[in-house]
Design a protein around this ligand. Structure first.
Ligand code: ASP
Length: 439
């Protein structure tokens, strides 16, 4: 069995849904279990709907959501009444909110659930029209139960056996709603935005799938941002650890948490492009593996602020680092890259909103320097653990290119070298390194 998950862009309109079902049809011999997102942008519209309803409006958005689905049904020649019950339930819910003063996360989750509940029915109906025996299923009807942390719910342990038992002997192609679940009390929950990948991984792990395919709108994970490096390549294979490092840099990678259930069971996760199904995409594997390409990716993040904190009081005392991080913690500011010496700490933050309070507290205990418009560059590759000379090639080539390095951190996982450069030099730095390792 394989799990095939289709994201919103792969279900953006009638044409896309048609292509998605053709892809599913071409894999029927592998017993696909399909997981779907909502039609593109519908989740956003459902959130907008509830907000507008609470302010006494929303009827145009409601109409828009219905129109969009009806249009798809019409173009695909599917019975126009397929979603009537959902439309009715959603209209009723919208009317109820009109009279409610507060929207809470529970209600938000309920509204958002309509996206996946409707898209799964459309995909299943179209598969049936193509002579594939398919059935739309709400995940919670096959045991996808969660805790009641609305908006970011976590599946219960029982999910794995429930799903296994429910799908074990299925004779049809199940088309299951991603992103949503239910509490044991029967209240609908969501797993957080983008949560369908998580659903797919959990279902894959439950049924011991041969592989999990995440169908999206890009060819897979790239060796660098194609907007910066013209000849960036699609990576054939990356390890889970590499994918996790890359996720922070927005490299169109799945959030590590979402595929962990698959990794724990050693199931391959493939990122594939529904706009280009012949491309073999990127496979994410659990373990590191030998590959002659030691460095996989060179990625960066712009508009970073670097803070240098220096104090001789640090020398030989304890608790100084804890004090510094406590200041960030108290002010709810997340710190990303860190490097320390005996008398100084350098760290980066993603945005410097409300930084004044932090700075004044830090200045009470140390000299502080704030450097804006910096960029993080990260060289990632599992192979660097056992290959000498990677740091020297990295910094040697940058020195030749006259790029100044302002801070360095060798990631604890030993699979990345991360450093900070002036924002003006970041694109040049990334290109130099891409040429160095891929040239
Ligand atoms: N439809 C949800 C969202 O837009 C979940 C998903 O697509 O994974 O976030």
């Amino acid at each position: 069995m394989i799990v095939m998950k289709f994201g919103g862009t792969s279900l953006g309109d009638a044409d896309r849904i048609n292509s998605a079902t053709n892809i599913i049809k071409s894999k029927t011999d592998q017993k696909p279990v399909v997981v779907v997102s909502a039609v593109a942008k519908i989740t956003d519209l459902l959130i907008k709907l509830i907000n507008e309803c609470a302010m006494g409006g929303g009827s145009n958005i409601l109409k828009g959501i219905q129109q969009r689905h009806l249009e798809i049904l019409k173009q695909l020649n599917i019975d126009q009444s397929l979603l009537d019950n959902d439309f009715e339930e959603l209209s009723k819910a919208a009317r109820r909110v009109n009279n409610e003063s507060r929207i809470n996360d529970k209600l938000l989750d309920y509204f958002q659930s309509f996206g996946e509940r409707m898209s799964s029915k459309i995909v299943a109906a179209l598969l049936n029209k193509k002579d594939i025996n398919a059935q739309a299923l709400n995940s919670y009807d096959i045991g996808f139960l969660t805790n009641s942390n609305f908006g970011e719910a976590e599946p219960l342990q029982s999910v794995y056996t429930n799903i296994k038992n429910n799908l074990k002997r299925t004779k049809v192609v199940p088309v299951i709603t991603g992103f949503i679940g239910k509490t044991e009390n029967g209240e609908i929950t969501t797993l957080g935005r983008g949560g369908s990948d998580y659903t797919a991984a959990i279902i894959g792990a439950s049924i011991d799938a041969d592989e999990i395919q995440i169908w999206t709108d890009v060819d897979g994970i790239k060796s660098s941002d194609p907007k910066i490096v013209k000849n960036a390549r699609t990576l054939g294979k990356v390890s889970f650890a590499e994918a996790s490092e890359l996720a922070y840099f927005g490299a169109k990678v799945l959030h590590p948490k979402t595929i962990l259930p698959a990794m724990n069971k050693n199931i391959f996760v493939k990122v594939l492009n529904s706009f280009n199904p012949k491309n073999s995409g990127t496979t994410i594997l659990k373990d590191s593996y030998r590959n002659k390409q030691v460095i996989k990716a060179i990625v960066c993040k712009k508009n970073i602020t670097l803070i240098n904190i220096e104090s001789t009081r640090m020398l030989g005392t304890y608790g100084f680092l804890a004090t510094i991080f406590d200041i960030f913690n108290k002010n709810g500011k997340s710190v990303d890259v860190v490097s320390t010496s005996e008398v100084s700490v350098s760290l980066t933050i993603d945005n410097d909103e409300n930084i004044e309070d932090i700075l004044s507290e830090l200045k009470e205990i140390a000299n502080v320097q704030l450097l804006k418009n910096r960029a993080i560059v990260c060289v990632v590759g599992e192979g660097m653990k056992n290959t000498p000379g990677i740091a020297s090639r990295t910094f040697g080539s940058l020195a030749k290119g006259k790029i100044n390095i302002e801070m360095i951190s060798l990631g604890a996982s030993k699979i990345n070298i991360t450093f900070i450069v002036d924002g003006k030099e970041v694109e040049k730095a990334v290109n130099i390194l891409h040429d160095e390792f891929y040239g």
